[in-house]
Design a protein around this ligand. Structure first.
Ligand code: UD1
Length: 421
């Protein structure tokens, strides 16, 4: 088992190029099944989750070639209808294959998805949406069996603007007969990316980034080449790394509009933030960060649940007390008991974290229990006095490409250690 070993207290300075977005890449890779042709996806991050998706696509019969950050998927031989449960368990986003496979084969069998245990994460909105499009779905002994004679466009009102459900419905509706309308759709940038990718193959989708998406079904899709945008959560993580260490950073390759809510909070914390051109952001941290009144995680354009842990790590050393409310997932505070081992003064009451800033954190051995919580522990280690060992780094590797190398280039003292030695 590898761990990250950090000698804290170094100020992060410099530039970092932001990897392509994980949460945009995964549904796009799943969508490549729809055409039965070739899709070339550029700027895809090489991380555990995209490699699991590659394995899943290959299990389904696709040919996948990876060269640097370019994934070429040929889905002409995609003929399997069953998603292997071992791979399904590895990653929640594998549920996104449902809509695409149903549209392509009219039948599929799968088990419940895995991924980070950050809450109950039900899939009722996905299943209800697909049922409305004409799928017959039965669940028994842990298997979900979906079949349909044909998918037909319809109107779907989501009870909650779920990102995954919006994506699954879009993927299934692309080849359905007639028009599908999704109301109360998710407005996240990843939905815009999926729309743009599918439209580049000949789909007819409009409305992404608003809460009403229209999909006019088409009979066939074509080959395409598509470039994924920078990862807004990875961008936010590096900004927090600079903020927590009192550093100065320029991040490149991310759309500033996509990280506006994070930038706004970092400014409230007394950081100087400047947007440079179309795809760069500069941040200079004060000597000591300032607490913020309240941060509530919300669907986009609100503050992202995926940035909650990293901002809490930064607030744990800020001057004053901050209130953070996690509205999306009920189990997303598991990293806090680890942060308190390092001296953070945080108490949880239901979905509220009360973060009382302390002047210093102390190095300790801590364990990552999910992806973003793991990143937060690394950030805390960067500022802590002495040595921090972060265990469970496979979670972190699910979402961050060259994390250790990038942090070292920014001046951090961090290395990967193999604990079997
Ligand atoms: C969520 C985040 C997304 C993030 C991703 C990975 C939101 C709104 N979504 O997407 O930004 O990138 O995690 O961490 O912040 N729900 C149901 N039934 C369903 C589906 C969802 O009740 O069928 C509930 C969930 O329990 C949760 C909420 O809806 O409380 C948001 O879920 P959803 O957006 O679907 O989650 P992800 O797609 O995983």
């Amino acid at each position: 088992m590898s761990t990250y070993w950090i000698n804290g207290g170094k100020c992060l300075r410099g530039e970092v190029e932001i990897q392509g977005s994980k949460n945009a890449s995964l549904p796009i890779l799943a969508g490549s099944i729809l055409s039965g042709k070739k899709s070339v996806i550029e700027n895809c991050p090489i991380i555990r989750d995209t490699i699991v998706m590659k394995d899943l696509l290959e299990e389904l019969g696709c040919k996948v070639a990876i060269e640097e950050n370019c994934f070429t998927i040929d889905s002409s031989q995609c003929d399997k209808e069953e998603i292997p449960s071992e791979l399904m368990k590895e990653m929640r986003s594998s549920i996104i294959l449902m809509g695409a496979l149903l549209a392509r084969h009219k039948r599929l069998v799968l088990t419940y998805p895995g991924g980070c245990e950050i809450g109950a994460r039900p899939i009722d909105l996905h299943l209800n949406g697909l049922r409305k499009l004409g799928a017959e779905i039965t669940e028994s002994h842990g298997f979900i069996v979906c079949r349909t004679d044909r998918l037909t466009g319809c109107e779907i009102d989501l009870d909650f603007p779920s990102v995954g459900a919006t994506e699954n419905i879009m993927l299934a509706a692309v080849l359905a007969e007639g028009r599908t309308i999704i109301r109360n759709a998710a407005r996240e940038p990843e939905i815009v990316e999926l729309q743009n990718y599918l439209n580049s193959m000949g789909a007819k989708i409009s409305g992404a980034s608003s809460n009403l998406i229209k999909i006019d079904g088409v009979e066939h899709l074509q080959e395409t080449k598509y470039r994924v945008h920078g990862d807004r959560i990875v961008a936010g993580t590096y900004l927090c790394a600079a903020a927590i260490t009192g550093g100065e950073i320029t991040i490149k390759g991310v759309i500033p509009e996509y990280i506006r809510s994070t930038l706004h909070k970092l400014q409230e914390m007394n950081c100087v933030v400047k947007v440079i051109g179309e795809d760069s952001v500069y941040l200079k941290a004060p000597q000591r960060l300032r607490a913020v009144n309240t941060i509530k995680t919300m669907p986009f354009p609100g503050f992202p649940t995926d940035m909650q842990s990293q901002i809490v790590a930064a607030l744990s050393v800020a001057d004053g007390t901050s209130i953070v409310i996690e509205n999306i997932f009920e189990n997303r505070y598991k990293y806090i008991s680890e942060l308190t081992k390092m001296g953070a003064k945080i108490t949880i009451e239901g979905k509220t974290a009360i973060v009382k800033g302390t002047k210093k954190l102390l190095g300790a051995t801590v364990e990552a229990k999910d992806l973003r919580g793991g990143a937060a522990l690394v950030l805390a280690g960067l500022v802590a006095e002495g040595y921090t060992t972060v265990e469970g780094v496979t979670y972190i590797e699910r979402g961050y490409e060259n994390f250790v190398e990038n942090l070292r280039n920014l001046g951090a003292s961090i290395e990967i250690r193999d604990e079997r030695l």
